[in-house]
Design a protein around this ligand. Sequence first.
Ligand code: GDP
Length: 408
Amino acid sequence: MEKHSINIVFAGHVDHGKSTLIGRLLYDTGCLPEEKIKEIEKSSRSVGKEMEFAFVMDHLKEERSKGITIDTAQTFFKTKNKKFVIIDVPGHKEFLKNMITGSTLGQTALVLVDAEESVRDQTKRHCYLLNTLGLNKIFVVINKMDLVNYSEKRFNKVKDEITDYLNKLNIEILGVIPVSAKLGDNIVNLSDKMPWYKGESLLDIMDRFKVEEKEFYNLCLPVQDVYDFVADKNVFVGRIEGGTLKKGSKVIVLPERKEVTINKILKYGEENLTSAGVGECIGFLPEGNVELKRGNIIVDNTNYNITRKFKANIFWLSKYPGGINEKYTLKCSTQEMDCEIEKIYKRFDPASMEIVEEEAEKISGTEIAEILLKTEKDVVVNKFSNMPHLGRFVLEKDNNIVAGGVII
Ligand code: GDP
């Protein structure tokens, strides 16, 4: 078993079988505890079924909402050599939101297409978004093959449709596998119901997946909060999103470009660390009397932009239209400030990939737009591909998320 696990996002139109496939994968790879299996069998019997795999996800979600399993890293399945952690994104809106705001980013994705229904607009929108967020190598699963009599002809038709679209996006396809998530065909082992399929089972294909390690060496530590419980000194806390924070090192506080020295690094239960790395939530004390606040970004390099204007692709999420010259709240990492959309260069329908309008004034529905955003204060940003954490943001109005975006 390889040391590092791989984060995988499941995408696809609602009802095409995401939950069922996830349930099936967890069950068939022995990654569900015995007592969970019993509970799910019980719920399944109560609706007259032997085993409803979609219930696996319901059970896990219920646990999460009760706060039992806060750690999403709990939901994983194993292939021969690898461990895949599932990043669960339930509805379409949640999908968009999680992809933009989620703390854990996907490293690969699996897109499901129902063999009967074939590709839907939502399937395409998800693929488009995956690609924008840098997930450009994906697995494609054509599900519910049992409902189309395991027909090779039908499989090829659906396969052509999805591959045409993915090719347009320049997404690399790691495999197109005909399966029945419900009955388990071609998931772990090859099924004798589809002798025409000459490829490998889904798990065998996934087992060969290699993550292209993209390490973020440059320090990026957004200040989340300020605590004043240590004597007369303020402690600044945050999660390290890139690089390493070292005791005694000189760092730069953005957007002010102040230089400070790190005097002390603290962690729950550990008083005096010499360094801390990516993913660690820490507190630190700078030398001297330095006032920092939530929204400051601590860096050790010049690989960032401080600006009041940037170009971005946004995904509209609100049921109300929005547009230029309207006020929004920008949230990017821990930074928060007023902003407005100065320009909408073009808005387009991600399903058809067609430009709906250029130099537009409004955006609505589930459209995507290329915009110029103007902020009221200096904001620290980076291209998504350079530093994902400073490259994605949300726009809010009256405390509701109206759009998610990626800086280009
Ligand atoms: P999701 O919305 O994508 O998570 O879809 P679900 O996993 O909830 O599945 C939607 C419906 O399709 C449920 O009734 C499942 O039992 C059914 N389903 C999922 N996979 C299959 C399959 O391979 N074959 C058949 N016949 N039904 C399936």
